[in-house]
Design a protein around this ligand. Structure first.
Ligand SMILES: [Zn+2]
Length: 102
């Protein structure tokens, strides 16, 4: 179920697109620690972006299809979610229902 109580429909994301485009769509950040954070803002500066999480962390992400973050996003790899980010259940359900294809 999504936030409006509708049945969850699979979301399709092209797996070959760049990391920053995926982040724009998914709005979740898989940290190296394995914790999944919610993204508050993405400021793109060419091939880089300044990502701000809901828990207040800010860091620079380099656009790449093959980076660890891109791989982890496609694999939906994470071990727990950030408490401070308080990612809503519907967003996690949408992530779980995301199909990376193409
Ligand atoms: Zn967080």
């Amino acid at each position: 179920m999504d936030k409006n109580g509708k049945k969850e429909i699979a979301r399709y994301v092209n797996r070959h697109q760049s990391l920053l485009n995926m982040l724009d769509k998914i709005k979740l950040w898989p940290a190296r620690s394995g914790v999944l954070h919610g993204i508050r803002q993405i400021d793109r500066r060419g091939s880089l972006a300044v990502v701000t999480t809901h828990c207040g962390e800010r860091f620079i992400v380099r656009d790449s299809r093959s980076s660890r973050a891109a791989r982890w996003l496609r694999g939906r790899r994470h071990a727990g979610t950030c408490r401070a980010c308080a990612i809503p259940a519907w967003k996690l359900a949408k992530y779980a229902a995301t199909v990376f294809r193409g």
